[in-house]
Ligand binder design. Structure first.
Ligand code: AMP
Ligand code: FE
Ligand code: FE
Ligand code: ZN
Length: 289
């Protein structure tokens, strides 16, 4: 049945989405999605709940994660799909990421306080329910305090890249990120390559050659922010480098209202065959599905 829809990139309250893992899976079920991957930033904490709800509702829930890495051009995101319960190495990596996030969030709050916009960490924690707190939560708290009229304004003026209260995050190299996820036995995909404004065909070509050598398995060709032309470019370069394809909306619930589960801004359609190929690839290598 090739008409069944899938969405292999979604967020929940465990990071910066607005649906609980259970609500997210229920939504997928009511939309008739055959499968979703829950890929929260820097945390695996929503996965057990989501998988359990998937079993109840008949949605295949793939255990995922999204982590940010950094190279000379800036930030890139990696998706790990089929994440097992974390190894000791992974647990300590995630603990470090969360510790870094705490310190960085506090530094941004200090910068805001210095600009006469005092905000306590408790007020940021109050707008989140998960364990991976970040700028989306700070933006929400700033709006609630009336410092800005929208979250967009919070990012543009203060906490977005180059904003007056922006503090960068210490990130791993792409190689470290890929090897870490691969070490867990996950299938690793380069998320939304063209979300980075500096991305060009020749840069992506070079990048995929290196990443593939380090263990990258796939490219997220289908994404809410990709134009038809960018999708085609990803498909072409993935074929050139012998990589699989993944795709998803990057749904964040009310925290990114224009993006809807399964369909992105409306025209996203992630082919079901992508999932079949991913499953076959894993089975071929003796990996669990
Ligand atoms: P952090 O992980 O704390 O650096 O926050 C990154 C998250 O903030 C991303 O995953 C997006 O969900 C969100 N984000 C980044 N830039 C913007 C922006 N300009 N407007 C709204 N949300 C943004
Ligand atoms: Fe996000
Ligand atoms: Fe991302
Ligand atoms: Zn995402």
């Amino acid at each position: 049945m090739s008409c069944r829809r899938i969405d292999l990139h979604t967020h929940s309250l465990a990071s910066d989405g607005s649906d609980s893992p259970v609500e997210l899976v229920n939504k997928a079920a009511s939309l008739g999605l055959a499968a979703i991957a829950l890929t929260d930033h820097d945390t695996l904490s929503g996965l057990d709940e989501a998988v359990e709800q998937g079993e109840k509702t008949g949605v295949r829930v793939i255990r995922g994660i999204e982590i940010a890495v950094h190279d000379d051009f800036g930030e890139l995101h990696l998706l790990g799909l089929w994440m097992p319960r974390p190894s000791k190495v992974m647990r300590s990596y995630l603990t470090t990421l969360r510790r870094n996030r705490l310190a960085r969030n506090q530094a941004m709050l200090d910068a805001l306080t210095a600009m006469d916009m005092p905000l306590a960490m408790e007020q940021v924690e109050a707008v989140s329910r998960g364990e991976s707190l970040g700028r989306p939560h700070i933006a929400l708290a700033m709006r609630d305090r009336g410092y800005v009229s929208s979250r967009k304004e919070a990012f543009e003026r203060y906490i977005g890249w180059g904003g007056k209260a922006f503090v960068p995050r210490a990130l791993s190299s792409p190689r470290e990120g890929i090897e870490l996820l691969r070490g867990e036995g996950a299938t690793v995909s380069l998320a939304h390559p063209f979300l980075s404004r500096q991305m060009t065909e020749s840069r992506l070509d070079a990048l995929l050659r290196d990443f593939r050598a380090w263990g990258l398995d796939a490219v997220e060709a289908y994404h809410s922010t990709h134009s038809q032309q960018q999708v085609s470019l990803c498909v072409k370069l993935a074929a050139k480098h012998g990589l699989l394809l993944t795709g998803g909306s990057d749904y964040h619930g009310l925290n990114k209202e224009v993006i809807r589960l399964g369909v992105g801004t409306g025209s996203l359609r992630v082919p079901f065959v992508l999932l079949e190929k991913l499953l076959a690839f894993r089975l071929d290598r003796g990996l669990w599905i």
